[in-house]
Design a protein around this ligand. Structure first.
Ligand SMILES: CC(C)(COP(=O)(O)OP(=O)(O)OC[C@H]1O[C@@H](n2cnc3c(N)ncnc32)[C@H](O)[C@@H]1OP(=O)(O)O)[C@@H](O)C(=O)NCCC(=O)NCCS
Length: 204
């Protein structure tokens, strides 16, 4: 059953120093700074719009985008999180394309500031998000689509033991062109216990 509503999300879902929480309007400034400072780090993996040059992320106010994301959340169409480390915002994680009906599925995307990479922050954040989507929202399936060139992101799904489903050719417009993506998924019945537990077991 879909039980989530804007006000019902716990303030922070956390595991040790790593947390995720719903994005707020006042996160705009720190996210804009991170996007500016990490432009080179993020641009090969950033979604773009075909035929529309668009501004560089970080050069425009994020407040309208955050407002849209929170509106989508209130309507049950997405869950926009920030990723925190010792309560400092270090990246973003979004569950989008939330569908119910006969699917009960969502797609997850994420990024973290280069200075915080390599500490296992994102795999934990993704595990927390999937547990939330399965347990609190009641979704059945979560997928993550990754460019085959993105070795760091492929490690995330590997660490989480997500199932490879196949390659989608020229699937998403990234960094100025249509790019192939490998699709990975997990369904609720595949998880014994929690995704966080599974991440720890697979690391063990
Ligand atoms: C993909 C990404 C989210 C991984 O997050 P993370 O919190 O660093 O994840 P991890 O700490 O588990 O590291 C994953 C892998 O990244 C690589 N890595 C680690 N430190 C790194 C660094 N400083 N620079 C580049 N890659 C690094 C390693 O291969 C690591 O695997 P390992 O743990 O087996 O050594 C992050 O690299 C990122 O934000 N990249 C740019 C945006 C992006 O690619 N988003 C995903 C689009 S699908």
């Amino acid at each position: 059953m879909f039980t989530d509503a804007a006000g019902e999300l716990p303030s922070t879902l956390s595991a040790g120093r790593i947390g995720i929480r719903l994005i707020r309007r006042r996160d705009a400034r720190v996210l804009e700074r991170l996007l500016r400072e990490n432009r080179e780090w993020l641009s090969p993996w950033e979604a773009t719009y075909p035929g529309v040059p668009g501004p560089n992320p970080g050069d425009v106010s994020l407040k309208p985008a955050i407002k849209r994301m929170r509106q989508q959340h209130a309507e049950g169409r997405g869950v926009p999180f920030v990723i925190t480390y010792d309560e400092e915002v270090v990246g973003q994680l979004s569950a989008s394309d939330l569908s119910r009906g006969a699917l009960w599925s969502a797609s997850i995307g994420y990024w973290i500031a280069g200075g915080h990479a390599g500490r296992g922050i994102t795999p934990t954040a993704v595990a927390l998000a999937i547990d939330y989507l399965f347990v609190s929202i009641g979704l059945h399936r979560v997928e993550i689509c990754i460019r085959p060139e993105n070795a760091a992101s492929l490690r995330i799904v590997e660490k989480l033991g997500m199932r490879y489903e196949g390659r989608r050719l020229r699937y998403i417009h990234i960094d100025g062109a249509w790019r192939d993506h490998d699709s990975f998924a997990v369904t609720r019945e595949e998880v014994q216990g929690s995704m966080l537990g599974r991440l720890e077991r697979l690391a063990g």
